[in-house]
Write a new protein. Structure first.
Length: 302
């Protein structure tokens, strides 16, 4: 049956830990308090040092000779030439770096290129961009905290709806106020279009009604009735083959208007000259007019 490490005696655990590396001992010490105490035991580390010194005393006499590890056989051993070449390369790097630093752009140029923030070029002494970034981070944090406090103090949606600041649809349907405003605007425009069309339709109906009344009034005037009656009578007489001379006379008598007035005046002059009157008097015409007006009223009442 498998057992945990806590069930083993401490002597066995110390013997096992002596074969572990330092990194492994560190991982074991982080598991629990009991294993940490055993991993930090001075006796364990004393035994590890004794074991390392014993292995080192055996390995030192067996190390390879300097001639076998020096160049060109191997690059483990560095000669004076190698050290000198490394120093020369470091000097060249230092010279190149100093030359590049002399030709580096000024802080103002870096600000214009948006590489550094604008506050770096406002001071006479150079300011580290890290300090500016820290300051900006602090300002952003303050702004965030202030905004959070204001958001916590803002009124609720119910209070805004009760104060008639926001529409009720935003609370019931979780809709943006802009969408609700756009919807109401569309509804108002559609109502305006409908009212405009209704008013235009009513105006057209009124115009048509007025035109019909005017036309009906024109149809029932005395002049139109007289013309219609005279035309109907002439048609009847034509059907009965009335004499052509009498028919022309009746046509002349049936006409009504300025020509009749002119002809009547001429006839009156001739009659005055000969002492007779061929046309009816004005009283007769007025009586005829009243007669037809009575006919019109009777037709309208019926």
């Amino acid at each position: 049956m498998a057992q945990s490490l806590d069930a083993l005696p401490p002597e066995v655990l110390l013997s096992v830990f002596s074969y572990l590396d330092v990194s492994d001992l560190l991982q074991v010490s982080r598991t629990c308090l009991a294993l940490r105490d055993l991993a930090c035991d001075p006796l364990l580390h004393h035994e590890r040092l004794h074991h390392a010194s014993y292995i080192l005393s055996i390995a030192l006499p067996r190390r390879p000779l300097k001639s076998t590890i020096s160049p060109p056989n191997s690059w483990i051993w560095l000669s004076r030439t190698n050290v000198l070449s490394r120093q020369i390369s470091k000097s060249l790097i230092r010279i190149r770096l100093s030359h590049n630093l002399e030709h580096r752009p000024s802080p103002r140029d870096l600000v214009e290129r948006a590489i550094l923030p604008s506050t770096c070029s406002t001071y006479s002494s150079p300011v580290s961009p890290a300090l500016i970034q820290s300051q900006q981070a602090i300002l952003r944090r303050r702004l965030k905290d202030g905004l959070g406090r204001k958001l916590n103090m803002r009124p609720s949606m119910d209070s805004l709806v009760s104060l008639n600041i926001m529409p009720e649809e935003c609370l019931r349907r979780s809709v943006s106020p802009a969408i609700v405003a756009t919807r109401r605007k569309v509804i108002r425009e559609s109502l305006k279009d409908g009212l405009r069309a209704w008013v235009e339709g009513r105006a057209l109906q009124a115009q048509r009604k007025k035109a019909d009344e005017v036309e009906a009034a024109e149809k029932h005037t005395v002049k139109n009735l007289v013309r219609r009656y005279a035309a109907r009578k002439l048609a009847v007489e034509r059907a009965e083959n009335v004499d052509a001379v009498n028919l022309e006379k009746r046509k002349a008598h049936a006409r009504w208007g300025r020509e009749v007035e002119v002809a009547r005046k001429d006839e009156e002059r001739r009659a005055a000259a000969h002492g007779s009157c061929a046309h009816p008097t004005r009283a007769h015409v007025l009586g005829l007019k009243k007669f037809w007006e009575g006919v019109i009223r009777a037709a309208a009442a019926g």
